[in-house]
Design a protein around this ligand. Structure first.
Ligand code: FMN
Length: 206
């Protein structure tokens, strides 16, 4: 069997079972949200927490656009496929995650002990690949930070990124890659948990 859902090694974790449940075992991708607003302080706490996750040479290429007004959420929802629009409209806050294609411009600030290594990213193709990969890594930290403040995240890749960029990234520099609905879960927020690969299937030791 390659999939399994119930195997929770609480006794091996050095965080408490409550924290482990909140971050991993009971955390779910929400499909509907309550209309309870999410404060600016909470959004800031999410950023301050996620930003500590490691990235290549500390490059931190991800940028966040928080979308809270009804008008703005409506506009963004029109770029979405299928039921995603309805999910986005139900969430009190959306986070449009983008990556900065010119992230290397801050190199001296985020890697001050070896600024000469900025030259490794002179090539636009290398820079875009590294920026995109590390922004995705930060997106994972972002989802965990949403969970850490006690909210649910609903990540969605099903949207037209060019259309979103035409609304929020008009200077052409930042490129959207994921939208995450953020808030307290609403009615019938969860589908059944889908199976996860077993360790036997997905890992090996050499
Ligand atoms: C990168 C990414 C893109 C996703 N895109 C969508 C999407 O467009 N629409 C949607 O309803 N769910 C989307 N999901 C949600 C996944 O289907 C969900 O996270 C997965 O099935 C696990 O669900 P669980 O966290 O409740 O166990 C996406 C998740 C991720 C991480």
């Amino acid at each position: 069997m390659s999939v399994q859902t119930e195997n929770q090694p609480y006794e091996m974790l050095s965080i408490g079972s409550e924290a482990a449940d909140q971050l991993f075992f009971e955390a779910r991708s929400a499909n509907s949200f309550s209309d309870e607003p999410v404060s600016e302080e909470v959004l800031e706490a999410i950023y301050e927490t996620m930003k500590m996750g490691p990235t290549l040479m500390n490059n931190q290429p991800m940028r966040i656009t928080w979308v809270k007004t009804t008008d703005a959420r409506q506009k963004i929802s029109e770029t979405m496929a299928g039921t995603n629009a309805q999910k986005a409209l139900s969430a009190p806050a959306l986070a449009i995650l983008s990556f900065d294609t010119e992230w290397h411009e801050e190199f001296e600030a985020f890697f001050p002990h070896a600024p000469e290594r900025k030259a490794m990213f002179d090539d636009q193709g290398v820079r875009a690949a590294v920026g995109n990969n590390n922004a995705w890594l930060q997106a994972g930290y972002f989802i965990m930070a949403v969970r850490a403040v006690g909210l649910a995240a609903g990540p969605m890749g099903g949207f037209d990124s060019s259309a979103v960029d035409a609304i929020v990234n008009t200077d052409g520099r930042n490129k959207s890659f994921l939208i995450v609905n953020v808030g307290k879960p609403g009615d019938d927020a969860w589908f059944d948990r889908l199976p996860r690969h077993t360790a036997e299937f997905a890992t090996r030791t050499i």
